[in-house]
Write a protein that binds this ligand. Structure first.
Ligand code: FE2
Ligand code: FE2
Length: 195
């Protein structure tokens, strides 16, 4: 056991501008163990939090998430898009007003740019399929027509997301997607230090 692995090791500082290199090495090691290395479990916990209330739908949001990912997978989508499909609604519980933004922030360091963009914009693209019932513009997505990711996001919603409220669909279980979550969330995170 190295010194840094000993339980109850603690930094000497109470403010970061008084930290030593060893202090920072210690907190990064501890953070990695308790945050980064647990990311897959954390994602599964987030999905689990969607289980239960159906909010009037015929399936709960956990089932919806797995079903969306199942359709992406069965169509042969690449891993990043399948994981995007699985996690696109995990922001629901904490950010009902901007759940797509929250989910995009969670996946951005790990997924490719297209998949992240799809997660971030899926709400307005989903609107194409029902916003007229709310008196809203179903073509609000048109402002993104110039994006290279427009067609993928439109397809994501049309074929995977907006149709995944079906209790009769043979949805794949979470275990099927764990290896994909593991692949994605063990990548080095991009963007650290950029904000
Ligand atoms: Fe959504
Ligand atoms: Fe959704």
């Amino acid at each position: 056991m190295t010194e840094i692995d000993q339980p109850n090791r603690m930094v000497g500082f109470t403010r970061m501008d008084e930290s030593t290199k060893e202090d920072i090495a210690l907190i990064f090691t501890e953070s990695k163990k308790f945050l980064n290395d647990r990311l897959v479990d954390t994602m599964i916990d987030l999905l689990d939090s969607l289980e239960g209330p159906t909010l009037g739908y015929q399936v709960d949001r956990y089932e919806h998430s797995l079903q969306t990912a199942s359709r992406a997978y069965r169509e042969g989508a690449r891993t990043d898009l399948v994981v995007a499909a699985l996690l696109h609604d995990v922001g629901d519980a904490m950010a009902p007003a901007n759940h797509a933004e929250l989910a995009a922030s969670i996946v951005r360091p790990y997924l490719d740019a297209e998949s992240t963009w799809v997660v971030q914009h899926h709400g307005i693209f989903q609107g194409y399929h029902y916003w007229d019932r709310l008196g809203l513009d179903t073509n609000a997505r048109e402002k993104f027509r110039g994006s290279p990711y427009f067609d993928t996001c439109a397809h994501f919603c049309a074929e995977w997301d907006q149709v995944s409220f079906d209790p009769a669909y043979p949805t794949l279980p979470i275990d099927h997607f764990v290896p994909m979550l593991r692949e994605v969330f063990t990548r080095p995170a991009s963007g650290f230090g950029a904000d």
